[in-house]
Design a binder for this molecule. Structure first.
Ligand code: NDP
Length: 320
């Protein structure tokens, strides 16, 4: 079988590509430019013609994926901006929403063989910020961020802008399927991920160009005072499981304080130690139910020690 993956050069996507290739799939990786695909061609050269690139310069353009979807059996849509630098919310909303609807529309028109489309959404589309501890599930939607961006525009918080892009893009995907269900031969599966951590496979020259989630972890290990705070996490190496159609599925291990990661790292390493044990005092306002991922996908979650060990070994091998 042949799988198209958008944003193939991204942190998560490179792991997905490698896993698919290892499992015998053929993969077409869509990237914005030949330059962005160079590292992928080198990394996946051992798989020969099982890996090919598709250049999609602008995912917001009408019909951007019309060619790329032809001849594939499944699509994984991961291309979407994940950063907190946007001034105008449209910088995030446009590529997130148009990219998602665009790839679905191309699949509707030209993806004759497509059976399944997986969209990488986020717990950003699930969460709410509250002063009370909450446990959230697939039934929850982040209308709070959307409201903030509607009301405050550019003045909305950076987090709200990103979270709105993920919420609206995911809603648009489900709406698309509802509107076109009579004309499409595929089903949709949406994965909602919290912070994704783990070793790096993609092209990174130095820690300063790390993607947002792994950069936060690197900061926690290296910058004084940045081990405060936390969130919920998943190890990137777990994203390989085939998902069930028509389902929205949260994939999350558990809540953490960054200090917990410093404590979980192998003893004797060169990174900062913070205040060992202080993580146990953290109040976790957000937790996610993950029973559905276990039931539907058979997810088996890695331990924090396992992930921490792999990440630290990766950094050390890079001399960081
Ligand atoms: P990366 O930043 O590593 O990769 C993002 C990918 O999307 C890159 O291929 C990038 O291409 C592409 N992309 C971003 N903006 C645009 C744009 N405007 N036009 C075209 N392509 C674009 O991110 P991750 O691997 O961390 O994230 C991948 C997906 O997973 C995203 O949808 C993100 O929202 C989601 N996610 C990530 C989490 C995490 O903790 N990492 C948590 C939850 C969800 P280019 O390099 O050319 O810019």
């Amino acid at each position: 079988p042949h799988v198209l993956i958008s944003g193939a050069n991204g942190y998560i996507a490179v792991w997905v590509v490698r896993t698919l290739l290892e499992e015998g799939f053929s993969v077409r990786g869509a990237v914005c430019s030949a330059e962005k695909g160079k590292h992928l061609s080198e990394l996946f050269a051992p798989y020969g013609d099982k890996f090919e690139l598709a250049i999609v310069p602008d995912i917001t353009a009408l019909g951007a994926f019309d060619e790329a979807v032809q001849g594939v059996d499944a699509i994984e849509h991961t291309a979407s901006p994940f950063h907190f630098q946007a001034d105008n919310p449209a910088e995030l909303l446009e590529p997130a929403i148009k990219g998602t609807v665009g790839i679905l529309e191309s699949a509707r028109k030209y993806g004759k063989g497509v059976k399944r489309i997986v969209v990488t959404s986020s717990c950003a589309a699930v969460m709410n910020i509250s002063t009370e501890p909450q446990v959230l599930s697939e039934l929850d939607w982040n209308d709070q961020a959307v409201k903030e961006v509607e009301e405050r525009g550019r003045a909305a918080s950076a987090g709200a802008k990103y979270r709105t892009s993920k919420t609206l893009a995911e809603r648009a995907a489900w709406d698309f399927v509802e509107t076109h269900k009579a004309e499409i031969g595929w089903d949709l599966s949406v994965l909602n991920l919290p912070l994704v951590l783990g070793p790096i496979l993609h092209a990174i020259a130095s820690p300063t160009t790390l993607n947002t989630s792994t950069c936060m972890m690197y900061d926690a290990f290296t910058k004084p005072g940045s081990a405060a705070g936390g969130g919920c996490w998943i190890d990137v190496r777990a994203l390989q499981r085939a998902a069930a159609g028509g389902e929205r599925i949260i994939i999350a291990v558990g809540a953490f304080a960054w200090q917990d990661w410093l404590d979980a790292a192998p003893a004797g390493g060169k990174y900062q130690k913070g205040t060992p044990g202080a993580g146990k005092d953290a109040v976790h306002l957000l937790r996610y139910r993950n029973e559905k991922s276990v039931r539907v996908l058979g997810m088996e979650y890695r331990s924090m020690a396992d992930t921490a060990k792999a990440v630290v070994a990766d950094w050390e091998a890079r001399g960081w």
